[in-house]
Design a protein around this ligand. Structure first.
Ligand code: ARG
Length: 265
């Protein structure tokens, strides 16, 4: 390399470095705050895991088992938890595109979702239940649903089970974005049943004077876990560390007890 060229390479490198240094010092406030925050994506229509309340919420207007877990993860990370409340159906995409850092949403681990996101260790086991009117006697097991009007929430595992496994005809399925709406339709007789996760189903049934029916033979156990962007092992390991601590100390169990007996809005 001749001297002149060498000199310009060095100068060029110095220029690049000083730009980098300047960029480092002068990063915009938005970028700085972004890194102080851990962004949780969820769908807060899922008591006792996540719901909104005016009664002393844990984070912003949100409360629930998942919110408490996510808060711990953020604290352990030295970050502040922010919550993006959105439709459940878009959560996997929000994680895989980096719109949110993690989805904490009572999300069942499924092979399908595992193609798009990485899951943490599991922290809760649930199953599906059928929420029906208190005087309903025609629905005792899952197979009874086949000629009934059934409500599910868009993109929930309950939707897949009703559609693919139980093969309820499309014309008899009503899909909603919120469990609350279709629960109202069971109340007013427009629907015979809503198929939804057990803890949520039981909470909503109790609140609305309905009953939740189980069928362990038809509805398998579902494991809840936290989803992160594929390859984000740093966050994943930290999440697993916190989950492990919370399981070992009995905290997860305590949260379940606390929120299961709480009157949610
Ligand atoms: N466990 C079900 C699923 O993964 C339902 C989860 C709904 N969660 C929520 N936050 N709305 O599909």
């Amino acid at each position: 390399m001749n001297k002149k060229l060498f000199k310009s390479v060095v100068l060029g490198a110095a220029a690049v470095m000083s730009v980098a240094v300047l960029a480092g010092c002068g990063s915009s406030p938005a970028e700085q705050t972004a890194s102080n925050k851990l962004v949780m994506g969820t769908n807060a229509q899922f008591p006792p895991f996540e719901f909104t309340t005016t009664n002393n919420p844990l984070v912003e207007t949100f409360d629930g088992i998942d919110v408490a877990i996510a808060k711990k993860i953020a604290e352990d990370n030295g970050k502040e938890l922010t919550i993006v409340d959105q439709e459940f159906e878009g959560l996997v995409a929000a994680v895989s595109t980096g719109k949110v850092d993690m989805a904490v949403a009572g999300m069942t681990v499924t092979p399908d979702r595992q193609q798009s996101v990485d899951f943490s260790d599991t922290y809760y086991t649930a199953t599906q239940v059928m929420v029906v009117a208190p005087d309903n006697t025609s629905i005792q097991k899952a197979s009874d649903l086949v000629d009934k009007k059934v409500g599910v929430v868009l993109g929930y595992t309950g939707d897949n089970i009703v559609t693919d496994d139980l093969q309820v005809p499309e014309a008899n399925i009503q899909r909603a974005n919120r469990a609350l709406d279709i629960i109202q339709d069971v109340k007013n007789g427009k629907l015979d049943a809503v198929v939804v996760d057990s803890y949520t189903g039981k909470a909503l049934a109790e609140k609305n004077g309905l009953k939740a029916i189980e069928d362990p033979e038809a509805f398998e156990a579902e494991e809840y876990a936290i989803a992160v962007k594929k390859g984000n092992t740093e966050l994943l390991e930290q999440i697993n560390k916190v989950l492990k601590e919370m399981k070992e100390s009995g905290e997860i169990e305590q949260l379940a007890e606390k929120y299961n007996t709480m009157d949610v809005e």
